[in-house]
Write a protein that binds this ligand. Structure first.
Ligand SMILES: Cc1cc2nc3c(=O)[nH]c(=O)nc-3n(C[C@H](O)[C@H](O)[C@H](O)COP(=O)(O)OP(=O)(O)OC[C@H]3O[C@@H](n4cnc5c(N)ncnc54)[C@H](O)[C@@H]3O)c2cc1C
Length: 814
């Protein structure tokens, strides 16, 4: 018996593909003092019963890159470890049976091109040539990704485990972790029947057990188990051995060839959750009973697509539970609750495809303190309070599962678990025709229906039903005044004797300004990448009020908390739920507010980028003179109990000035025209302010140190390899959604990071980085001739280096 260590630098819990991949990559990075603990035997969780399809294309460039890494690894791993992975690059086919799906597939093909992944459109006949057993009478077309493939999940895992062992990692099977010792915000040790291991880092790769393992340390891992079935047929005579994997989303099914037989599975619209009261003890190398009744509708679909199945026996119907998450993406990263507890779990039935890349990203995160690239769609900090309630998580997760293969409509909203978090104005806005969207559990008005219109989204790839309504709100903001409920903004107080110094080190912009100042700033990582994008208002010498986007509540809080230097006296408190926010925006906003207060709101007394406390209708309000829509305006931050009163007073005062409600879709259109960047789309941890055109918001000229400064100074010495620019397409028939491929002088130069329609400039607007390793400067940007690929069709576009709309000049520069 291998002696059981008393301490290790890293302990990994879970010997599935993700745990083994993480151990392997840690070893490759030179971290050899790793112990992996598996409660039963390697692969005995979900990994051993995976079907083994390995697809790569996702809607995020970086997650696609991560899956591409898996493919590269599985292709070469055998040469390194001597154990085969069963990797077969037979490609992946995706079918489209109606026009809407065909549009989706064509948009996916363009996304693939944007991300540098090969994807070809095929006619039904060409698709059948690649997959002879299928009937194609109902097909509109298909797409083929030649570098997709399939692998043997258990073999890959064993191969990774061997690679990890060869580099010094120790793996113990039959050793469940039963307790985790936590002290002062850090994991100290894990306990098992074999003994206790002290560790510097703990990594939770426990698959569907990861939520329970997290609970041992007070960490929330929002995933639940859901049953997932696929069948394996008896061998089919003459079945080609090189069939690509096949996804038939309109029929909700997928196929893979396996030693002369077919594997066929799918995503039911009515998924069945599992282990509602916890995963039974000893559930390893185990499957659930086959549920034929539940599988039958998928089987019927499969018989239509592949008639030979009618004459083929079924060897088995595998029913395996797998962990799924509320948004269909996996969960990776440093848990916000503790300082040394990482998670890699919740793989939503693509853990084999993701395993290689996820292990790499997790290992780099552990070793370098930062992931190798932004992985925001999978970041554990994308969750918040609703995700702590397992019932809420289960409800939303089942919806996400049921939508796995349904059309991914632009602007589509989830419907379950709503309403959860409501602003005090929720009911009022609803009465006024609000159509709500949801972010992090918050109900937020997306747009307002007028009399006779229904406050319901009707999805399509064309202009959707709310297009005119949002146009009304947009124009009201440009020409009169709008009121927007932005209560869901995340808000923090940073306080303490050294609060100024702490923020000075964390913020790229200069926040050491007088009380009453407001500063727009980025918070950078050591590479100069933009981790947060927010405003800092100085309330007192030792008190700052920070406001950031709804979705970034956990992320930004976590970043700031971790980066307040330990030797400084300063702390952060989340005050999101104590305050409502009403934004009053538009040329008439001053008149509306001035009617309610005697405080002078004129420019001289209340300039841009400042805040004052004012009384409105008996409520004390923090008025922040700032805008994300490019108009004169104020954000009013006020106690929750005053929201209704202030809202009513504003509506009354603004009646003759044309005040009306506006929602988040109008904000999006307005900010696109004004050139404001959106975090998670146009900017993020991979992009620096210099590349994003935000150098003006960085205090590089001062000699004061801040995180990311050295990286920016170094970057400034060389030509930039990419720069964000604005692009317009005049044709209103074209619909830009983001991820369209950008061409400069006929060569692929990047893709759109965000896009939409500008109602004032009457153009499609998109932002995207123009890339060239030899350098991208203004002259280079201006000299190019640009086109965009939209759903595989090229359209001409114009580049702009200044905002399209400027309220000061009242001029449209388009
Ligand atoms: C029917 C089915 C088909 C699938 N098909 C595909 C596919 O075609 N392609 C694809 O990419 N993915 C597929 N998947 C998904 C894939 O199987 C999973 O995403 C992947 O295996 C997850 O790996 P993991 O390492 O996160 O979890 P697991 O493999 O479940 O590993 C977690 C390990 O942690 C161990 N553990 C738990 N608690 C403890 C503890 N306290 N102490 C020590 N050890 C512990 C468990 O025993 C387990 O071995 C499929 C899944 C199912 C169910």
């Amino acid at each position: 018996m291998t002696p059981f260590p008393e301490r290790a630098q890293v302990v990994i819990i879970g010997g599935g593909i993700v745990g083994c991949s993480t151990a392997y990559h840690l070893a490759r990075l030179g971290w050899q003092d790793t112990v992996l603990l598996e409660r039963a035997q390697l692969t005995s969780g979900s990994t051993f019963h995976a079907a083994g399809l390995v697809g790569q294309l996702r809607s995020s460039a970086n997650i696609t890159q991560l899956l591409g890494y898996s493919v590269d690894l599985y292709r070469t791993l055998e040469a390194e470890t001597g154990l085969a992975t069963g990797w077969k690059m037979n490609g992946g086919l995706r079918l489209a049976c109606n026009q809407a799906r065909w549009t989706e597939v064509r948009r996916q093909a363009t996304t693939a091109r944007s991300f540098g992944l090969e994807m070809h459109l095929l006619s039904p006949a060409e698709a059948r040539d690649l997959w002879p057993p299928m009937k194609v009478g109902d097909l509109v077309g298909a797409a083929f990704l030649p570098t997709d493939g399939q692998a043997n999940p258990s073999d890959i895992t064993q191969s990774l485990a061997r690679g990890a062992r060869q580099a010094g990692a120790i793996i113990f099977e039959q050793v469940p972790v039963t307790a985790i010792e936590v002290q002062a915000g850090r994991v100290r040790a894990v306990r098992t029947w074999r003994g206790r291991i002290e560790c510097e880092i703990l990594i939770n790769c426990a698959g569907q057990w990861a939520r329970e393992v997290g609970q041992l340390a007070g960490v929330n891992v929002p995933l639940v188990s859901v049953q997932h079935q696929y069948l394996v047929t008896e061998p089919i005579p003459d079945l080609p051995r090189d069939l690509p994997t096949l996804r038939d989303p309109d029929r909700l099914i997928y196929f893979k060839e396996e030693v002369g037989a077919l594997v066929m599975g799918g995503y039911e619209p009515n998924p069945i959750p599992w282990a509602l009261d916890g995963i039974p003890e000893g559930f390893n190398l185990s499957l659930l009973d086959s549920n034929w009744e539940h599988f039958e509708p998928l089987m019927d679909q499969a018989l239509e697509r592949v008639p030979v199945l009618r004459d083929t026996g079924v060897r088995e119907l595998i029913n395996g539970p797998e962990s799924f998450t509320p948004d269909g993406n996996f969960i990776l990263g440093l848990a916000p609750e503790l300082d040394n507890f990482f998670v890699g779990a919740g793989f939503n039935a693509f853990g084999i495809a993701a395993g290689g890349g996820a292990g790499m990203a997790l290992a780099e995160w552990v070793v370098n303190g930062e992931p190798p690239f932004e992985i925001w769609p999978a970041d554990i900090r994308r969750f918040d309070s609703p995700h702590a309630d397992v019932r809420w998580v289960r409800q939303r997760t089942l919806e996400a599962y049921s939508r796995h293969y349904t059309m991914a409509w632009p602007f589509e909203e989830y419907t379950t678990g709503r309403p959860c978090r409501r602003s005090p104005l929720y009911a009022t806005l609803r009465e006024q025709g609000a159509c709500f969207g949801e972010k992090l559990g918050w109900e937020r008005p997306n747009w307002f229906a007028a009399e006779g219109e229904k406050a319901v989204d009707v999805y399509s790839f064309e202009r959707q039903n709310w297009f005119e309504a949002v146009g009304r709100e947009h124009r009201a903001a440009r020409e009169r005044v709008v009121i927007i409920d932005q209560s869901s903004f995340a808000k923090y107080l940073v306080e303490g004797r050294d609060a100024e110094e702490a923020l000075d080190r964390i913020c790229a912009n200069d926040v050491s300004r007088p009380v009453g100042s407001l500063v727009y700033t980025q918070l950078l990582n050591s590479r100069g990448g933009i981790e947060c994008d927010l405003t800092v208002a100085r309330l007192a010498r030792d008190r700052f009020y920070l406001v950031t986007g709804t979705g970034f509540a956990t992320h930004d809080y976590d970043w700031i908390r971790r980066h307040i230097p330990a030797d400084l006296q300063a702390g952060i408190v989340d005050v999101t739920t104590t305050g409502a926010v009403l934004s009053v925006m538009g040329p008439n906003s001053r008149k509306v507010l001035q009617a309610l207060t005697s405080v002078d709101l004129a420019d001289a007394a209340f300039p841009f980028a400042s805040l004052r406390e004012i009384e409105l209708a008996g409520v004390t309000v923090k008025a922040l003179r700032i805008t994300y829509v490019g108009e004169l305006g104020w954000e009013l931050h006020l106690p929750v109990e005053g929201a209704g009163t202030v809202y009513d007073a504003l509506l009354e005062a603004g009646q003759d000035l044309g005040i009306s409600n506006a929602g988040y879709r109008a904000i999006e259109s307005l900010r696109l025209e004004k050139g404001y960047r959106a975090w998670g789309a146009d900017i993020g941890p991979d992009y620096t302010p210099l590349e994003a055109g935000l150098g003006w918001a960085v205090k590089l000229r001062s000699n004061r140190p801040f995180i990311g400064r050295e990286a920016l100074l170094a970057q400034r010495e060389k030509p930039l390899a990419r720069r964000l620019a604005c692009f317009t397409v005049a044709d209103p028939q074209v619909v830009l959604l983001g991820r369209e491929t950008l061409y400069r002088d006929g060569r692929r130069a990047g893709w759109l990071s965000s896009a939409g329609w500008g109602y004032t400039v009457e153009q499609n607007i998109g932002y995207g980085y123009v890339r060239d390793p030899d350098g991208v400067d203004t002259a280079y940007l201006k000299a190019g001739h640009y086109e965009l690929e939209v759903a595989t069709e090229r359209v001409p576009c114009k580049i702009h280096l200044a905002p399209l709309y400027d309220p000061q000049m009242k001029k449209i520069k388009c």
